[in-house]
Write a protein that binds this ligand. Structure first.
Ligand code: FE
Ligand code: CA
Length: 519
């Protein structure tokens, strides 16, 4: 059996050797430290529950907005404990992790040896400081029958556009899991009538991205949401650079220069999310795609549609940046070599879907997948940053969804700061072909929407689109049971104030075994 103490000792030794070999700074581990300010200013988080464990996260940052979070180069030992009760009387597991400056003094603890499908509380201690307690849970065993799972889906939280009050309302729903589908930070400022400020310019360096995450996480509602339940996360573009793809930046920077910027952004992302250590970035990138399974009911395939995508079609036209294309002017659009997920992830997903036994197979990813032409049919006029710029890749995925045998696929997306509900067809443009699943696009938590005229085109020109509106900020609430998936599109009254009511803008149901949205 697994012995947590022994594993921590091994990890500490391995970590120390690693740093010494790299010559990357002091390797002294300080056991006892006094902090002038609370080192747990960024709170605690958990993620990626399995039947036997969960990932716990914190980052020591006594001065969160200062360079290096106000920490020196020294590593600091951080003890953690996981209890069965909120008062920490029945401690189930405890151990010591090491917060190293090379990881911005973040800690990612992969707790093992917990019971399946159970609620736990956790906290950290560093020197004389103790973190707030977080609540989390493990997943039920893969085959175990469960009757209900509630998920909340979030995306696009431009800090300057609003307060994160949607998280406060979301927690009142008591979600089992929060899934973030990208634009967790914004690397740059934009929009009108800002309610607060980044206080700094566009992120380019590791220090810039770290400070940006620290700023966002200093929002009490966001911190509370992380402490309330486990999260699954994927990024979209703004965690790095607007509308980038692979190593191609928005403004066509030298790929080597952009690679360094992307690596800094990925590293800061890892440092601030409750991700397992196996996802830590390497020289070649960061493996973020994975699957989380909740009993026999739900599998969530968390996808990465940014890191491996091929170049957007016809991006430059007469020397100008071109993000929308008419199909007849851009033969490249239909290239079968184009990829959104990259070959490795695409094959992984196909194999995953083929062996899934879950009743509901959710695909969490950033950008709109359903077919949307922005001109009256038969004109094909597309915004190329979404799956509409990668039609051959989308056709392969529709084929996978149709043939892999995974039951009840539902795609969860974000990115366009609007709610969209749509059905996915084997030929995505043709609702006369078999429906292979549905897509629910969550609106932005705060980010300002596109012109409503665009969403009108979505609705008018695309019979597969059931609803599209940018009028509300908010989130998606999913209640999944064996017979049906119920989706509520939750709209905030305002995000320009620190508190706000909500209303349900619309609800859709999907019945198991009957693909397609029902009102
Ligand atoms: Fe966004
Ligand atoms: Ca985006």
């Amino acid at each position: 059996m697994f012995d947590p103490k022994r594993r921590d000792t091994l990890r500490r030794l391995a970590g120390t050797a690693g740093i010494a070999a790299l010559g990357a700074g002091p390797w002294i581990v300080r056991a006892a430290t006094h902090f002038a300010h609370d080192p747990f200013s960024l709170g605690v988080a958990s993620g990626y529950p399995t039947p036997s464990g969960v990932v716990l996260w914190t980052r020591l940052a006594p001065e969160p907005l200062a360079r290096d979070g106000g920490m020196s180069n020294a590593s600091v030992s951080v003890s953690w404990e996981v209890a069965r009760d909120e008062q920490f009387r029945q401690v189930a597991r405890r151990g010591v992790a090491h917060a190293e400056s090379r990881w911005a003094h973040s800690v990612h603890v992969e707790v093992e040896g917990l019971e399946p499908g159970r609620e736990y509380w956790y906290r950290f201690r560093a020197g004389d400081a103790r973190s707030p307690a977080g609540r989390t849970h493990t997943a039920p065993r893969a085959g175990d029958s469960i009757q209900r799972l509630r998920l909340a889906i979030a995306s696009c939280q431009q800090y300057e556009h609003g307060y994160f009050v949607a998280y406060r309302r979301m927690l009142e729903d008591q979600p089992d899991v929060i899934v973030h589908v990208g634009d967790y930070i914004y690397e740059l400022s934009w929009g009108d009538n800002l309610v607060r400020s980044h206080g700094s310019g566009e992120c380019r360096s590791l220090a810039d991205y770290r400070a940006r995450y620290a700023l966002y996480r200093s929002d009490a509602d966001l911190a509370a949401a992380h402490a309330a339940c486990p999260w699954l996360v994927t990024w979209d573009d703004h965690e790095v650079d607007n509308d980038y793809g692979g190593l191609i930046s928005e403004n066509n920077d030298d790929p080597q220069t952009f690679a360094a910027r992307r690596a800094a952004a990925y590293r800061a992302y890892y440092e601030h999310m409750p991700l397992p250590m196996s996802m830590a970035p390497t020289d070649s990138g960061m493996r973020l795609y994975t699957t989380s399974t909740f009993g026999d009911l739900v599998s969530v395939d968390v996808l990465d549609e940014r890191q491996y995508r091929s170049a957007p079609p016809c991006r430059w036209r007469n020397g100008a940046l071109n993000k929308r294309v008419r199909a007849e002017e851009c033969p490249e659009l239909d290239s079968t070599a184009a990829t959104m997920l990259g070959t490795t992830q695409e094959e992984w997903l196909g194999a995953r879907l083929a062996k899934s036994r879950a009743r509901w197979n959710l695909l969490a990813q950033g950008v709109v997948m359903t077919y949307v032409t922005e001109a009256r049919r038969p004109a094909r006029y597309f915004w190329t940053d979404s799956w509409n710029g990668y039609p051959a890749a989308r056709a392969r995925l529709m084929q996978q969804l149709r043939t892999a045998g995974a039951s009840n696929p539902v795609v969860l997306s974000g990115d366009i700061h609007s709610f969209v509900a749509a059905d996915l067809y084997l030929d995505p443009a043709d609702p006369a072909t078999p429906c292979v699943g549905s897509e629910l696009v969550t609106s932005s938590l705060t980010s300002q929407p596109p012109d409503e005229g665009l969403l009108r085109k979505y609705r008018e020109f695309n019979p597969n689109v059931r609803l599209a509106t940018g009028k509300a900020r908010g989130y998606l609430r999913l209640d999944v049971s064996p017979g049906a998936l119920q989706a509520d599109l939750v709209a905030m009254d305002t995000v320009r104030e620190r508190d706000s009511g909500t209303s349900v803008l619309a609800s859709f149901a999907i019945e198991a075994g009957e693909p397609g949205l029902k009102p």
